[in-house]
Design a protein around this ligand. Structure first.
Ligand SMILES: [Ca+2]
Ligand SMILES: [Ca+2]
Length: 314
């Protein structure tokens, strides 16, 4: 009798174990399946976001090309300079939105201009960069460090310079780039550059390809305008910004010839631009794509070419 009861007990426990095991296996399979579906959806949404961003870029390139046919100058009152309002992305399978903003990079200080056509440090631009740093409450010694970072040699400038001998002694060690920058964020690696200073500086600087690019005073930031000469102050800049508000400066050489004492700086002030940066943010379901592209516009209705694309950060 006892043997029969024991056998029944074992059978019951075995049945319960099998039920628990089957239940846990089924739950595991369902969980993995849900994760796989979510992962696939995220990849799909990301790819759709990329396609929308590329579409926005293509549209912006057309606007820029049309602008160069219609006008010879570029200023902040033009169509390209207005922020793209949030546009819905809506079809049967995809819901989301896209926003965008185009910035004229020639309204910023091009750090690659610190080095002239001969590969030497351009003194006028170096002093301008020092002034820009002071205006933004950043150590002006960063200008000399930036010039050494970009120039080809290993001779540290005096008094503010640093080459490999400084950077290789840091932990972790690294080396100077010693060539033109393709991405301005590289300057965050300079000795003594902290994040707060770099965040303040970033909206006013760029790293453009080619040598000796001009500054577009119609779109230049207030700090960059003030950096043009030691005698510029905030009230002069305010008056300049109100002068250009409607349609840019009427006569750049006349306006700045009296305000800027260094003729080498005046010579490279212009009212039009070739380099622009698009930032497009696409939200598809729970996936967000932040897309940057550097655009080069050839003059007089020529093509607008994408020369650099990046995701998440410039
Ligand atoms: Ca224009
Ligand atoms: Ca160097």
């Amino acid at each position: 009798m006892n043997t029969v009861r024991r056998a029944r007990g074992v059978a019951l426990i075995t049945a319960m174990l099998i039920t628990a095991l089957t239940g846990s296996l089924a739950a595991g399979l369902a969980w993995n399946n849900a994760l796989d579906v979510r992962r696939t959806m995220s990849l799909l949404f990301h790819e759709q976001g990329m396609q929308v961003a590329l579409g926005a870029e293509s549209w912006i390139r057309n606007i820029l090309r049309d602008d160069s046919i219609d006008t010879q100058t570029d200023h902040l009152g033009e169509l390209w300079a207005s922020e793209l309002p949030g546009l819905p992305v809506d079809n049967d399978s995809v819901q989301g939105a896209v926003t965008g903003k185009l910035e004229d990079l020639q309204g910023r200080f091009n750090v690659n201009n610190l080095i002239d056509r001969n590969g030497d440090i351009d003194q006028a631009r170096l002093e301008q960069f020092q002034r820009l740093l002071v205006i933004l409450d950043i150590d002006p010694g960063i200008a000399g460090l930036a010039a050494d970072w970009i120039d080809a040699d290993q001779n540290a400038s005096f008094p503010d310079g640093a080459e490999d001998s400084i950077y290789t002694s840091l932990t972790p060690p690294y080396r100077t780039f010693n060539r033109s920058l393709s991405n301005v964020t590289e300057l965050s690696a300079l000795a003594g550059m902290d994040k707060a200073s770099f965040d303040r500086l970033l909206p006013h600087i760029t790293a453009l390809p080619g040598v000796d690019t001009a500054l577009n005073v119609n779109t230049a930031t207030a700090a960059v305008l003030q950096s043009l000469d030691a005698n510029m102050d905030a009230s002069i800049v305010e008056s300049l910004i109100s002068q250009r508000e409607e349609s840019g400066f009427d006569d750049i050489k006349a306006t700045f010839g009296t305000l800027v004492t260094n003729p080498a700086i005046v010579l490279r002030l212009e009212g039009s631009s070739r380099f622009f940066q698009l930032k497009a943010v696409v939200q598809i379901d729970t996936v967000r794509v932040t897309y940057y592209s550097l655009l080069l516009r050839e003059p007089d209705g020529g093509p607008v070419i994408t020369i650099l694309r990046s995701l998440g950060t410039i």
